[in-house]
Design a protein around this ligand. Sequence first.
Ligand code: A3D
Length: 321
Amino acid sequence: MARKKIALIGAGQIGGTLALLAGQKELGDIILLDIPDFAGVAKGKALDIAELSPVAGFDAGYSGTSDYADIAGADVVIITAGVPRKPGMSRDDLVGINAKVIKAVAAGVKEHAPNAFVIVITNPLDAMVGLFQQVSGLPAEKVVGMAGVLDSARFRWFLAEEFGVSVEDVTAFVLGGHGDTMVPSVRYSTVAGIPLPDLVKMGWTTQEKLDKIVQRTRDGGAEIVGLLKTGSAFYAPAASAIAMAESYLKDKKRVLPVAAKLSGEYGVDGLYIGVPTIIGAKGVEKIIQIDLSDEEKANFDKSVDAVKTLVDVTAKVSAEG
Ligand code: A3D
């Protein structure tokens, strides 16, 4: 079987980490694309990782480019092109620059890799993935946004630390937009199947501590921006997108929270928002609708409203140029 082709649009912090992780998992040959001024960075990172591969013991082709013709026929495209946050900035402050970038990327992917499974990471996530799908016209089930896997990984790690158990045995559930209004669900998060409210009853933790963990999850991105000062998180975001790409390429049918385009589910139509899905060879094979409590539904609706506002701002900005 021929190797798959993975195109990474944006060869910055996340792009480079994606290239390394995709190679280590032998998901396919990897091409890093960046703007002409950064073509050297794309080529340099590609060569550096290629030279790592004999030591690490994996086979994957690596190249760098600024020419979209080189991504022709890509099976998976992961987009990180744009600018990240600096301290004091919200994800929403990035709309002006990143909307223009996403429009350019959408044109390139539409022309050269229209059959790819596309994972958008560029912030503000829910608005940028919606814009990409709208401009590229690619089928909605083949265009997703990465946020929920990362947000729930953060939630899982905080919970594993709190309980002193393996991260492998903690599952966590996060819904809604990727922003301050995201909805980490305490009811649907578990340690080895035991829901968090039961763990409170069992005396493993207190409701107060859980509330703090939920808030820390919501602020997880800002916590890292505050520490790094030069940009935003990149290791965990890259690993999260790779889990999504792997589920598609290997038809694993993993149940993953992704930003998917809803058509009536959860009472939302035509908007990208974080929901649990099954990711397999067809892309988003199913959007899973779970029962939300009144409080969860109210929080989810608030998150949807925040995403709608951002989508409106994005539409205005993109109409201007
Ligand atoms: P950074 O290291 O700056 O890399 C971005 C790269 O995009 C740079 O190399 C740019 O040259 C390149 N670029 C800019 N414009 C274009 C273009 N038109 N075509 C191709 N490449 C271009 O940033 P990063 O890798 O740290 O972050 C990338 C994006 O991911 C930012 O928007 C972040 O806000 C976002 N991000 C999202 C999450 C989510 O969970 C959704 C998490 C972390 C970061």
